[in-house]
Ligand binder design. Structure first.
Ligand code: G3H
Ligand code: 13P
Ligand code: ZN
Length: 310
């Protein structure tokens, strides 16, 4: 199966009250782990690369590895998506390079500027067979390599979200309802503004909403990191039941990066600790890849509900 756009995936997800996982990719083992997890659970999947991933691995490597993954898993619908594109130029480069979906993140701009930039990307993308995710509202946490102070996080206004979609014709919209990027999401009790999500769903019936910063920060991996020499303290993510509820509402795409980082790193730490004599990278990378696969399988079956939907 060739790369798919997210349109059909999201339509099915909306109607079926589940969400498709969008997993961040940076290297071969991560792509393999995610694809093995998606294949084992017969789930559609979105592989997404940030600007940092493009710089680290090279856009052509990411596209090349994804194309090989498609031939290995011919029954699995796969979209390749740019995560947090900051300019028209980077979105164009990804579309021209073979991505089926891009995000233009103009959330740091005022409404009109964000809408104008998004519209420009949408026009180019739609003319070239790709789809566009935009963002309105600001998440707290680390975004664009700067720390967005919690006080500056601005939850998305539902009326503005409806106006934004009508103005820009973006294919999906990321909104801020309390999640944040990274491993330190909540100081107190986790809280998501479901009333806000419900209102967005009412004003935009059938329209796919995206949840960023949606890692659970799985305690087992945090504990394993720390047991084998790490120092990841005070980490807290979005509880699984909150993600399940969001997936049953208008949220069709759930972004997961931190949980991949934790699965991979904790398993590599464990492997190196248990085999101090070994310096063959295939040993610890294999352990890391397997941990990514198991984590992805768990997300798909126990949280997203996309198993069996390929
Ligand atoms: O939302 C950001 C993603 O976790 C990607 O992070 O820019 O460090 O690759 P990155
Ligand atoms: P996490 O940091 O919660 O994994 O969020 C990832 C994300 O939103 C990527 O765009
Ligand atoms: Zn994000």
């Amino acid at each position: 199966m060739p790369l798919t756009r997210t349109t059909e995936m999201f339509k099915k997800a909306y109607e079926g009250h589940y969400a498709v996982g969008a997993f961040n990719v940076n290297n071969m083992e991560i792509i393999q782990g995610i694809m093995e997890g998606a294949e084992a659970t017969h789930s559609p999947v979105i592989l997404q690369a940030s600007e940092g991933a493009r710089t680290y691995a090279g856009q052509d490597y990411i596209v090349g590895l994804t194309k090989i993954a498609l031939t290995r898993c011919p029954d699995i619908p796969v979209a390749l998506h740019l995560d947090h594109g900051s300019t028209f130029e980077v979105c164009k480069a990804c579309i021209d390079g073979g991505f089926s979906s891009v995000m233009i993140d103009g959330s740091k701009y005022p409404f009109d500027e964000n809408a104008a930039l998004t519209k420009k990307v949408v026009e180019y993308a739609h003319a070239h067979g790709a789809v566009v995710e935009a963002e309105l509202g600001r998440l707290a946490g680390v975004e664009d390599h700067v720390n967005v102070a919690e006080k500056d996080a601005i939850f998305t206004d539902p009326d503005q979200a409806a106006e934004f979609v009508e103005l820009t014709h973006c294919d999906s919209l990321a909104i801020a309802i309390g999640t944040s990027h990274g491993a330190y999401k909540f100081k107190g009790d986790p809280y998501l503004d479901f009333d806000r999500l419900e209102k967005v769903g009412r004003l935009l019936p059938g329209y796919p909403i995206v949840l960023h910063g949606a890692s659970t920060v799985i305690p087992e991996f945090v504990e394993k990191c720390n047991r084998f020499g790490g120092e990841v303290n005070g980490a807290k993510g979005v509880p699984e039941e909150m993600l399940r509820k969001a997936a049953s509402m208008a949220v069709c795409k759930i972004n997961i990066d931190t949980d991949i980082r934790l699965a991979l790193t904790s398993s590599i730490r464990e492997s190196l600790h248990e085999h101090p004599e070994t310096f063959d990278p295939r040993m610890y990378l294999k352990a890391g890849r397997e941990a990514v696969k198991q984590m992805v399988m768990h997300k798909i079956t126990a949280v997203l509900g996309s198993d069996g939907q390929a």
